[in-house]
Design a protein around this ligand. Sequence first.
Ligand SMILES: Nc1ncnc2c1ncn2[C@@H]1O[C@H](COP(=O)(O)OP(=O)(O)O)[C@@H](O)[C@H]1O
Ligand SMILES: [Mg+2]
Length: 423
Amino acid sequence: MADKVLVIGSGAREHVIATTLLSGPGVDRVWCAPGNPGMEPDGISLLREDPTQPEKLIAAIRELGIDWVFVGPEAPLTAGLVDELQAAGIPAFGPSKAAARIEGSKGFAKDLMRRHGIPTADYAVFHDLDGAKSYVRSHGAPVVIKADGLAAGKGVTVATDLDQAMQALDAIFIDHKFGQAGAQVVIEDQLVGQECSLMCFVRGEQFWPMPLSQDHKPAYDGDRGPNTGGMGAYSPLPQFGPELTQKALDAIVAPTVRALAREGSPFTGVLYTGLMVTDQGPQVIEFNARLGDPETEVVLPALTSDLGTAIRTLMEGGEPQFTWDDSHSRLGVVLAAQGYPGNPKTGVPVPLIAPEQDLRAYYAGVSGSASTGLTSSSGRTALVVAQGDDLAQAAHRVYARLDGLSMPGLFYRHDIGHRGLEA
Ligand SMILES: Nc1ncnc2c1ncn2[C@@H]1O[C@H](COP(=O)(O)OP(=O)(O)O)[C@@H](O)[C@H]1O
Ligand SMILES: [Mg+2]
């Protein structure tokens, strides 16, 4: 009998997790908590239960007869939701609170990498302003300043001069801009190269890699403007061969999951490695304890095996099957509300794009309903993904569709995939 699954989260990442689960035989019903109304036309039910209140969530899970839970975002993972669900006898896919420290504390991740010789930028950790400032003064610019904890992608400054570095430290230690997440700071050397994302399904010391992908953080074309949560992504990456992935798996992923397991916090879930491809090979920028957003929206649709069956098998200790379509490219473009990332306009109409043969939309920050119309409720409203025989065809398909829509109050980048297209 097929499973009933609850996906925790509300964004486009959770939308694609849910549709991928529903597309296979292992799962026949999906709820998303809290989800968003752009998911409903795909047969996903919304559960308006607050994941920070595990008792209520557990009661709802029991009442609905949900078989297992997929936890999407970092906040509930680092808060220990998986531990709480498992303690209540509910199978949950995602790392424990202890294993999620690999994302929840950049200092924890860096120390683990140093102990195990995993390639990453040199660094030092500080708990106070004076120590941090004197280190930065003797180090010189460029230098990278990172708040230790979760900061919704806003806690990192790549400082090109000392003034910028000092301001970043003042924001952390004097203005307490990131609260507890800034109780300590990681200061690291700048790495130079092209970034990419390598995500793996993990159980203890075993792992199953996904195709490589690349995100685009800056808000505007030509990689200009403020950094965002991501304006688009594509996969696979024509500029990198399979040797790069193999090198990263051998030198980074394998020793990292082994270290977590042997140091008493085995990782089960998705480990996301943010890589800088340098002249010396791939180096770790950071780890996330979950699927990346927007990368997941262009990676999961390439899965040709059944996601629900694989996750269930993985959780039960069997041999999961993960097979991938390597004969197509996928490229996704975020529709953002004007003003994003600073002060996004809310209430802007967001088009409801029905699935087409090679194109579909995943929704994020929208309110309203599919029948009366969706409107923006935060910066990133939706991500539109097209599939093509190659990256150029995928890009052509998505932009042909978007350029044909009138979307006042929304904007998107026109050059997603440019590094892959240039290659
Ligand atoms: N050591 C580094 N060298 C160069 N750029 C870096 C370095 N560390 C981080 N960055 C840049 O800052 C971005 C955000 O840093 P990251 O560690 O991924 O934190 P988060 O995603 O939590 O904001 C990276 O995607 C990268 O562009
Ligand atoms: Mg990052």
